[in-house]
Design a protein around this ligand. Structure first.
Ligand code: ADP
Length: 219
């Protein structure tokens, strides 16, 4: 079996995927691949892709499978992904899950973590979330970085994401239930799904995930 550590992190918006993947990437020394971060950087830099997807992101809709699949394929060609990756926000549809298998070839997905949180919690987490536009660091509205508007990590601007506004949050959670939740059964049927309680302190969640990965010989 290949030792490439491909870890898919699934969970609804606000489950803590970004926070956990950033922490896990440091522990495991593999890249955090977030399609949301890649798309937001394209929007910020006004690239051709960015101009194409800006209004879709803002409305909380999904961008096309073809486009995201292409971006992920390109990302996997970079040297740092040779040892593995933490996938956050991808796959998000059954078409993307199949594209991922094709992209990975023999190095299939090793495990899928379902970061589970009650619905009541996510709306609160999303509306108080603030992010750095430059490095993607995640804060809450009571953090000093959010109040001052400056990231202590990189000096970038800390803002509220356009899709963390109430209307877009409702839309995104609907899209999650319709398009992404079915992937839980996809990975469960392959014996790859492990549920982790996302309603705990971030350090506890990281520790639980690392334990699960160690048990499966990953990382
Ligand atoms: P969240 O999971 O909180 O919605 P993300 O940062 O993962 O946040 O994604 C933000 C937005 O980027 C999504 O609402 C969607 O418009 C777009 N996006 C990210 N990943 C994908 C994907 N795999 N397929 C389609 N659209 C995506």
């Amino acid at each position: 079996m290949s030792t490439r550590a491909i870890v898919v992190v699934l969970g609804k918006q606000g489950a803590g995927k970004g926070t956990q993947c950033k922490r896990l990437a440091q522990h495991l020394d593999i890249p955090h691949v977030s399609t949301g971060d890649i798309l937001r950087a394209a929007v910020r830099d006004k690239t051709q892709v960015g101009l194409e997807v800006a209004s879709i992101l803002e409305a909380g809709q999904l961008v096309s499978d073809d486009l995201v699949n292409r971006l992920v394929k390109e990302r996997f060609n970079e040297a740092d992904a040779a040892r593995g990756a933490l996938l956050d926000g991808f796959p998000r549809t059954d078409v993307q899950a199949e594209a991922l298998d094709e992209i990975l070839g023999d190095d299939g997905v090793k495990i899928c973590i379902n970061l589970d949180v009650p619905n009541a919690l996510v709306a609160d987490r999303l509306s108080s979330r603030r992010v750095c536009q430059e490095c993607g660091a995640i804060y809450t509205d009571s953090d000093i970085e959010a109040i001052s508007g400056t990231c202590t990590n990189c000096g970038g601007d800390v803002v509220q994401r356009a899709d963390d506004m109430p209307e877009a949050i409702i839309k995104r959670l609907e899209v999650y239930e319709r398009d992404t939740a079915p992937l839980l059964s996809f990975y469960e049927s392959r014996g790859l799904l492990v549920r982790v309680d996302g309603d705990q302190d971030p350090q506890e969640v990281t520790a639980e995930i690392l334990e699960v990965l160690t048990e499966r010989g990953i990382g």
